[in-house]
Design a protein around this ligand. Structure first.
Ligand SMILES: *Cc1c(COP(=O)(O)O)cnc(C)c1O
Length: 387
């Protein structure tokens, strides 16, 4: 909405436009060498070989594909924290498998290894975890535990594009991982996703499945190898079309180059909020990062001692500041048929609010958020204590 301070916002500008113009002028807008370059740039960014990643048209599509690559079948169980993205649970259910929800820590909204373990059974085929707010969480121990039990780990690294543990990128701890470049993320291609697999053969399989299940990559490639009748098909699976294209990839390449600059601003904003809210009674800022962890600062979440979250959200909205809560609890969604009792997540979902966090926030915006939040918390808290 115009005039509102957004919670998330893309930072797209002249450099991205120039990159798009160049693609238009080249007359090759489909999947081509720019897409390949974006994939290698991204591989370098997370410290893996380009053969271990492939781009897709969305993160959700990448998640659906990951379930297939993980061999998730009807009747299998897949464990996810109840604070997960709805598309991840859909990807499980769409295979005829059962999403099994685990609890999260009420302060970090990430699951601990014990919370994941507590709901695993002999039918658990895979575990899917995201990195709440961009914070890696217990990923190292969860990966270790999954490896020991022979269960596949899929990282939903959609919002962890620059998150690390001891220098290792989130998305490289599990067997498979997915990232999002949609309009609300940090690195934006307008729409798009990336998939990483530890096993490069799975990526080769993913590439075929992302393009109708065709064995050959393109007619041009076939012709180059001087085969005749390069227009003929060989099909390895009855798949859809989930590839991205050079227009979007060219935007992604510029965005990846700008990521360090984005991250500098996000860190500044987070530090500023931390300082300004340190002495505000009744409201907590995100817990300090464990040693060795780096976050993408995708979300800045605050939590209230009293039951004032919804009132604070409304008051901020009236003052031109948009806030929200992510991700609404999935064990509460009737369609998944869960009867889990998850008190940590319930507590978090009732008290947590996300404040505006993006690299285009001006100092003035940040001041406005700080002042309005302090005012709202003080008045609402006083009112709730009186009643
Ligand atoms: C945005 C998001 C997705 C989905 O990404 P799309 O590219 O929009 O499909 C998946 N997981 C998480 C945690 C997200 O925030």
């Amino acid at each position: 909405m115009s005039g509102m301070i957004n919670i998330f916002q893309p930072a797209l500008g002249e450099r991205e436009l120039a990159a798009v113009r160049e693609v238009f002028e080249s007359n090759w807008i489909g999947r081509g060498h720019r897409t390949e370059s974006f994939e290698s740039d991204f591989a370098r960014h997370i410290g893996v070989d380009p053969a271990n990643v492939t781009s897709l048209n969305s993160c959700t599509e990448a998640t659906f594909l990951a379930m297939r690559l993980a061999g998730v079948r009807a009747g299998d169980e897949v464990v996810l924290p109840t604070v997960s993205f709805v598309g991840a649970a859909n990807a499980v259910a769409a295979r005829g498998a059962h999403p099994v929800f685990c609890d999260v820590d009420p302060r970090t909204l990430n699951p601990t290894v014990d919370m994941v373990r507590a709901v695993m059974t002999e039918r658990t085929r895979a575990v899917v975890v995201l990195h709440y707010g961009g914070v890696p969480g217990d990923i190292v121990r969860i990966a270790e535990m999954c490896r020991e039990r022979g269960v596949l780990l899929i990282e939903d690294a959609a919002i962890a594009v620059d998150s690390r543990v001891d220098g290792q990128a989130c998305g490289t701890f599990g067997d498979l991982a997915v990232w999002s470049f949609d309009h609300g993320k940090i690195v934006v291609t307008v729409d798009g996703g990336m998939l990483h697999a530890r096993d490069a053969e799975l990526v080769a399989e993913a590439r075929k499945r992302a393009y109708f299940g065709l064995e050959q990559t393109s007619g041009y490639d076939q012709a180059l190898r001087s085969r005749t009748r390069w227009w003929e098909f060989e099909i390895s699976s009855f798949s859809r079309r989930s590839v991205t294209n050079d227009v979007l990839a060219s935007v992604g390449r510029v965005q990846l180059e700008r990521l360090p600059e984005f991250m500098r601003r996000r860190r500044e904003v987070a530090r500023h909020y931390d300082q300004e809210f340190a002495d505000l009674g009744g409201m907590w800022t995100p817990p300090p990062l464990p040693a060795g962890q780096e976050t993408s600062h995708y979300m800045y979440w605050v939590q209230f001692e009293d039951d004032i979250r919804d009132d604070v959200a409304r008051e901020l909205y009236e003052r031109g500041i948009y806030t929200t809560f992510r991700y609404p609890l999935l064990h509460r969604v009737a369609a998944y048929g869960s009867r889990a009792v998850l008190p940590g997540a319930e507590r978090a979902a009732a008290r947590t609010l996300l404040l505006p966090m993006h690299q285009s926030l001006t100092d003035g915006d940040v001041e406005k958020v700080v002042t309005a939040t302090r005012d709202a918390v003080r008045t609402r808290r006083a009112a709730s204590r009186r009643s």
